[in-house]
Design a protein around this ligand. Structure first.
Ligand SMILES: NC(=O)c1ccc[n+]([C@@H]2O[C@H](COP(=O)([O-])OP(=O)(O)OC[C@H]3O[C@@H](n4cnc5c(N)ncnc54)[C@H](O)[C@@H]3O)[C@@H](O)[C@H]2O)c1
Length: 323
């Protein structure tokens, strides 16, 4: 029977992934999380598997967790994930995103190679980001998985470095790894520091909504439940050595997102839009990439259906304001 370890499983995407896991496919589901500021155990309410508090950089603890759980599959969501924080202090990003990922793979190798069959029947899924490809103008052709990595902020650089280590371990040692690079996720229970929860907070508190620069930065928004369904389907294909881009169904500028959410909130509280929080344009952040644009043709060539849910529809459903 396959058993799965989900690192960073108390984080935003990791917790959605745990809930979406097919209980029939995995005998044991183990969450392994260091419980940093961005974790929240409330996201795992109802989960009856094992939750281990630990650092992916702790070799002994990872190996003993893998051994105890007889883990065959690892999905690595554990990361420092906020770009603004990486600009203030890159050290935690190097420690978790680069060293932690390398250590996690070494621990997986050490354990898997002591089991019958070695790497056979094992899979390590590394969760990466479209930010590794760097900034693009809207006019440039979308980038596929073979495009060079040109990160342009410290978070993206740490994720690109981790990707290179994963690629090196796969090609150098036959490690059973794969990489998935997605665009921006949205959905319920996201950390307050990210754009959409921040807008919700301002609207509820009646505070101005700060918007970096001219607000024209554009992102491809991927519904987290779509993403977790796609990840599950990819895992079943077991495409060892492959990299997949996964993009969202909506491309919207930050200004469009804020405006749409203001209008939805005004309807929700039955007020004219002018009566709810206003937009306050603030100085752009350093290294604010304009656009990321990935090509997911490779995913489309599988039988897996791409993301469908549009951010516009999610906003209209007013999930954000009900919590
Ligand atoms: N959120 C997005 O829009 C997005 C987009 C593309 C890629 N990603 C990637 O997806 C992954 C998950 O992102 P998220 O938004 O859920 O992040 P998150 O910040 O919500 O969750 C990260 C989780 O990792 C845990 N963690 C941090 N350091 C750890 C360590 N050393 N050992 C064990 N656990 C540790 C945290 O406690 C937290 O629970 C990340 O790798 C991120 O780079 C996220």
């Amino acid at each position: 029977m396959a058993n799965i370890l989900v690192t960073g499983g108390a984080g935003f995407i990791g917790s959605h992934f745990v809930r979406a896991l097919d209980q029939k496919q995995f005998g044991k589901i183990v969450v392994y999380d260091m419980m940093t500021y961005s974790s929240d155990l409330n996201r795992l309410k109802g989960f009856d598997g094992l939750i281990v508090t630990g650092d992916i950089g702790d070799f002994e603890k990872v190996v003993s967790t893998l051994r105890d759980g007889e883990i065959t599959h690892i999905v690595n969501f554990a990361a420092e994930s906020h770009v603004d924080r990486s600009i203030e202090d890159v050290n935690p990003f190097l420690k978790t995103n680069v060293f932690g990922t390398v250590n996690l793979m070494e621990a997986a190798s050490a354990y898997w190679l002591e089991t019958d069959g070695g790497y056979k029947g094992k899979l390590f899924v590394h969760i990466s980001t479209d930010e590794v490809y760097g900034e693009l103008s809207e006019k440039v052709r979308p980038l596929d998985e073979k495009a060079p990595l040109r990160p342009s902020n410290p978070y993206a650089a740490s994720k690109a470095a981790a990707d290179q280590f994963v690629i090196a371990k796969i090609s150098g040692e036959g490690f059973p790894g794969m990489i998935v690079r997605s665009s921006n996720n949205y959905g319920l229970m996201q950390n307050d520091e990210k754009l959409i929860p921040k807008i919700v907070h301002c609207l509820k508190e009646g505070k101005d909504i700060p918007l970096y620069g001219n607000g024209q930065q554009r992102r491809c928004w991927l519904f987290v439940e779509d993403y977790c369904r796609i990840l599950n389907a990819l895992i079943q294909l077991e495409p060892i050595g492959e990299i997949f881009n996964v993009k969202g169904a909506s491309s919207m500028s930050n200004h469009e997102v804020v405006s749409k959410m203001r209008a939805a909130y005004a309807t929700f509280v039955n007020l004219p839009v002018e009566a709810v929080s206003d937009i306050a344009f603030v100085q752009d952040r350093k290294m604010h990439d304009f656009y990321y644009n990935i090509d997911q043709s490779k995913l489309m060539r599988t039988a897996i259906s791409p993301a469908h849910k549009k951010l516009e529809d999610f906003i209209d459903e007013k999930h954000f304001f009900i919590k």
